[in-house]
Design a protein around this ligand. Structure first.
Ligand code: 9WN
Length: 451
């Protein structure tokens, strides 16, 4: 494991890093989408495609639109954008759980392609908007115009089918929907899911053949993941009646912050293409209000997921709690509290960061520096938090985070995640969104570094 430098060198180093990122994206390109990783994730993933499109817009704008368009081609009739779109050309067993386990073809409203039945955080409107801003022009405008109704349908699905309490927030029905699969945030709700690790003897996990098992979710986690999938699949992935008996029901702060931000962005897209931005602005305000009312804990000064089965906030302080910073209309007192949380010893955001932003509170007893979303540092979350810091007038902290993220890739390459102390590379060594978001970070003017 190599230690990442905290500062990067001169322009030559940066040009080299840029080349590495472009080469990674080119290697992972697969006729109309980018695989997150050739080994670990050889199909198309929903929020990966959004982050990847943001990076592609800097170097291959036409591919950025193809990336998003191919994903939305697999949108279900009800508007859900599936979290995995399976590539039929891949061999059986290339990923677990594969299409045979999801059996999407027998569900009502599923698309022609095999997909999962779950969703991921809706960061796609943001991706489309940033792709357009990076490469404006008639082709981009036309692509944006074509995507707009699909983006609206994606939001409508979440608002109409997944607001299980009528409180204005989306409920996720599987940890995979959060994108932070084995975050300690899910330990309490997952503990209530009946499953035995031994059931995994009947399956062959694909991930542990390509990554160190000690860095991945456990067999018991996977047994529970499969039990929750089975429960959803048995109801044909219908969301009606989910509140009665579905084993995992949570309102997640990152997912809902993305949901709210998408409405802000859709308002801008609507204004640009001649649609009405008013309803999007109204939805955005309602979502931000609901995030504050349902997920903010004044006692801790941070946001937490709400477990709908107990109607309680989950006490684990993970990086999910910082995500509402991306909401531009978050009330000042909540922003201020989140900045305190971000700067605390738990997360260590600073003008000059000593260590990378971890995915979990590094002072917690269950912090695990090597295991996936239980400690390691991930570029997509850091990228979102940095945007939030910029949106709320903290350019110095944003600069520190940017420098730290660039330093991670400079030290270890385009890894999937990084050791939160040493910066060493973990998981897949050629990971799509790391490359893409690095390109985005490199393209931006560094914020003023006021020491
Ligand atoms: C399950 C593809 C995906 C990311 C998720 C990340 C991981 C899958 C897995 O990989 O999840 O969806 O097999 O572990 O947790 O955020 O989208 O990169």
């Amino acid at each position: 494991m190599t230690a990442a430098p905290t500062r990067t060198g001169g322009p030559a180093d940066l040009a080299g890093l840029r080349r590495l990122a472009v080469a990674t994206l080119d290697t992972n390109w697969e006729y109309d989408h980018t695989v997150p990783s050739r080994t670990l994730y050889p199909h198309q993933w929903s929020w990966d495609s959004a982050f990847i499109a943001i990076g592609l817009a800097h170097v291959r704008p036409e591919r950025a639109w193809r990336e998003l368009t191919s994903l939305f081609r697999a949108q279900w009739a009800d508007g859900r954008v599936p979290h995995i779109v399976f590539n039929p050309a891949m061999r059986v067993g290339a990923y677990f759980p594969g299409p045979e386990l999801w059996a999407s073809a027998s569900a009502e409203g599923a698309p022609a392609a095999d997909t999962s039945g779950l969703v991921q955080p809706p960061v796609h409107a943001l991706a489309a908007w940033l792709a357009y801003r990076r490469a404006p022009g008639p082709a981009g405008l036309e692509a944006l115009r074509r995507l707009y109704p699909a983006l609206v349908a994606q939001q409508r699905y979440l608002a109409d089918r997944r607001d299980l309490t009528g409180n204005g927030l989306v409920c996720i029905v599987h940890p995979w929907e959060s994108g932070l699969d084995n975050s300690p945030a899910w330990d309490a709700p997952m503990a209530a899911v009946p499953a035995e690790a031994a059931v995994m003897r009947a399956y062959r996990r694909h991930d542990t053949a390509h990554a160190d098992a000690a860095h991945r979710p456990t067999d018991l986690d996977y047994a529970r993941y499969l039990a929750i999938v089975a429960s959803y699949r048995e109801r044909g992935y219908s969301d009606r009646g989910l509140a009665d008996g579905h084993p995992f029901l949570v309102e997640c702060p990152l997912f809902n912050a993305a949901f709210g931000l998408a409405e802000h962005v859709l308002a801008r897209i609507a204004a640009l293409i001649g649609a009405d931005p008013g309803p999007h602005r109204a939805s955005a305000a309602r979502i931000t209000e609901a995030v504050g009312r349902r997920l903010y804990d004044p006692a801790t000064g941070t946001f937490s997921p709400r477990d709908l089965r107990t109607d309680r906030l989950i006490p684990a302080r993970t990086v999910l709690g910082l995500a509402p910073l991306i909401l531009p209309d978050l009330p000042t007192r909540q922003v201020d509290a989140l900045v305190v949380e971000a700067r605390s010893a738990r997360f260590g955001v600073a003008r000059r960061m000593e260590r990378p932003l971890p995915s979990h509170d590094r002072t917690a007893p269950d912090f695990e520096p090597l295991r996936y979303w239980r400690g390691p540092s991930w570029l997509n979350v850091g990228w979102l938090v940095r945007r939030g810091l910029l949106a709320h007038g903290h350019p110095e902290l944003a600069a520190g985070l940017r420098q730290s993220m660039i330093g991670l890739v400079a030290g270890a390459g385009c890894h999937e995640y990084f050791h939160p102390d040493t910066g060493g590379g973990l998981g897949s060594p050629a990971f799509g969104w790391t490359a893409a978001l690095l390109l985005d970070l490199l393209a931006e003017e560094p914020e003023p570094d006021r020491g």
